[in-house]
Design a protein around this ligand. Structure first.
Ligand SMILES: NC(=O)c1ccc[n+]([C@@H]2O[C@H](COP(=O)([O-])OP(=O)(O)OC[C@H]3O[C@@H](n4cnc5c(N)ncnc54)[C@H](O)[C@@H]3O)[C@@H](O)[C@H]2O)c1
Ligand SMILES: *[C@@H]1O[C@H](CO)[C@@H](O)[C@H](O)[C@H]1NC(C)=O
Ligand SMILES: *[C@@H]1O[C@H](CO)[C@@H](O)[C@H](O)[C@H]1NC(C)=O
Ligand SMILES: *[C@@H]1O[C@H](CO)[C@@H](O)[C@H](O)[C@H]1NC(C)=O
Length: 436
């Protein structure tokens, strides 16, 4: 293994693009004069060796942590860096340069495409985990590729990868959407929430606070932080200290962690509390999605009612409205004030509800789906189990309206029509068999 030692030592040199320009060493060749062909041969073979070594150093993916590298790493190398650079290239000097985490996710895909289309530089990051069908994430990735957005495959808790991305691109903004989502799954796999929503978020903030310039951060919190709060509508100032699920607790923790990094390091951070986002390319673990699937299959669906026989309601928010809120949050984000881990002065810290301000009972959601799918649902009504879901959500969005000009425009029926149209084309053959 001693043979490997010099290589891993070279590996520790930070790979700064442009530092090792091979052409630069070429003038020296001409200054040297050797008269025997033997020394010429020696000379050329040394250059060949040096070239191989430099190539190895330049193409090594994670120079600071060579032990973590495996044959399996899907990032690193000159052609990878080229794709990263090209994807993050903005069309004009006014544009933003945004790293979108969770880019192969539902919201991430839509936000990435919206930013890219208006000329911003966008680079995606996603670990393509199997929480729900990975094929859907791969298909969103194809859509992103067609729109010029490259999605780096990697984990937000991988600090060497994040540092590498900042080495290659000076991001002005981070749109942080990667997370372990879902309320009920937290009872099955609590560790995944800690991994992505706590450790991963801290890792992102650690890297952001150290780089120069520090980017501004916009990230997805959740309406679930309101938990058992019963004051309606939910306003940003309401209490958020009674989470009803581990998911909610990790999002609430994220808001407190954001406060710390803003306070100590001068990072500009905006949290967005999304309220039940739905639409084309949506998440299969959400009710509107699997109700559609089950209704079409003729499978019974379970509708939960609140303990007092009241209806369960959600403030369903259409994806395009949420995307506008995300983009407005990026556009109004002030610069971070620190650099290289030192705070420069007070920095912006914001939190906004992004909802629709019109809660709809789940029974009404099912009525709309039945109408759009032209299939009667087989309904089972059960009392809601205490596994993390809350009875209702209802956003007060006056703060987002004031600061972001946020104004949701899509009612549930209009939005579901677009979702159903997408669903039937994405899963051909799932619709009602035509009767001939
Ligand atoms: N959709 C909603 O209704 C809703 C509501 C409230 C909050 N949110 C939040 O909005 C954000 C986006 O949600 P979404 O609906 O698009 O979810 P999503 O699951 O479709 O997207 C999240 C993406 O992040 C990726 N990811 C997860 N952990 C990762 C990790 N450790 N490293 C790299 N990538 C990772 C996943 O592969 C996925 O593609 C999440 O933070 C979510 O908690 C969503
Ligand atoms: C490579 O990664 C895949 C999934 O990311 C994993 O299943 C597989 O075991 C890995 N293989 C090696 C050799 O590490
Ligand atoms: C996140 O990464 C850190 C540093 O590499 C590691 O020590 C930690 O175990 C990881 N945390 C989780 C929850 O995966
Ligand atoms: C909505 O929030 C604003 C603050 O952003 C507050 O002034 C207003 O009273 C709230 N409205 C209701 C109905 O709670």
């Amino acid at each position: 293994m001693s043979q490997l030692k010099p290589i891993s030592h070279l590996d520790n040199i930070p790979s700064t693009p442009g530092k090792f320009k091979l052409e630069k060493s070429q003038p020296y060749i001409h200054r040297l004069r050797f008269h025997t062909s033997l020394s010429k041969l020696t000379l050329w073979s040394s250059f060949f060796l040096v070239f191989i070594l430099f190539y190895y150093v330049l193409s090594s993916p994670s120079p600071s942590l060579p032990s973590r590298r495996s044959l399996n790493d899907s990032w690193g190398g000159p052609s990878w860096e080229k794709r990263v650079t090209r994807s993050a290239q903005r069309r004009s000097s006014h544009g933003l340069t945004v790293l979108v985490t969770g880019a192969a996710g539902f919201v991430g895909t839509h936000v990435s495409i919206a930013l890219k289309r208006r000329g911003d530089g966008v680079l995606g990051l996603d670990n393509f985990n199997h929480y729900y069908e990975p094929q859907l994430k791969r298909d969103r990735q194809k859509l992103l590729e067609r729109n010029g957005v490259f999605v780096v495959e990697g984990d937000i808790n991988d600090s060497s990868l994040l540092k590498k991305l900042f080495d290659v691109v000076a991001f002005s903004h981070i749109m942080h959407l990667a997370a372990q989502a879902g309320v009920r799954y937290a009872m099955q796999n609590p560790g995944s929430y800690v991994h992505s929503n706590i450790a991963g978020f801290v890792n992102i903030l650690e890297v952001c606070k150290s780089v120069n310039p520090q980017p501004a951060i916009v990230w997805a919190s959740s309406s679930s932080v309101y938990g058992l709060n019963s004051k309606v509508p939910f306003s940003e100032k309401d209490r958020t200290d009674q989470p009803a699920s581990l998911y909610a607790a990790t999002k609430k923790a994220g808001e407190e962690i954001a406060h710390t990094y803003n306070h100590i390091y001068g990072l500009s951070i905006t949290g967005l509390r999304f309220f039940t986002v739905y639409g084309p390319w949506g998440r299969p673990d959400m009710a509107y999605f699997f109700f559609t699937k089950d209704i079409l299959k003729g499978k019974p669906i379970t509708i939960f009612e609140a303990p007092d026989h009241g209806s369960v309601a959600r403030d369903f928010t259409y994806i395009d409205d949420v995307v506008k809120g995300c983009v407005a949050a990026l556009d109004t984000a002030k610069k971070s004030t620190g650099s290289g881990g030192k705070k420069g002065g007070p920095a912006q810290l914001r939190i906004f509800n992004l909802g629709n301000t019109s809660p709809v009972p789940v029974s009404e959601l099912v009525n709309i789906l039945e109408k759009l799918l032209k299939v009667k649902a087989k309904k089972k009504v059960l009392p809601m189990p205490r596994n993390g879901d809350v009875k209702f959500t209802h956003a007060n969005i006056s703060l987002a309206h004031k600061e972001l000009r946020y104004k949701p425009e899509t009612d549930l029926e209009t939005g579901l029509k677009k979702f159903v149209r997408w669903y039937l084309s994405y899963y051909p053959g799932s619709g009602k068999k035509s009767s001939w």
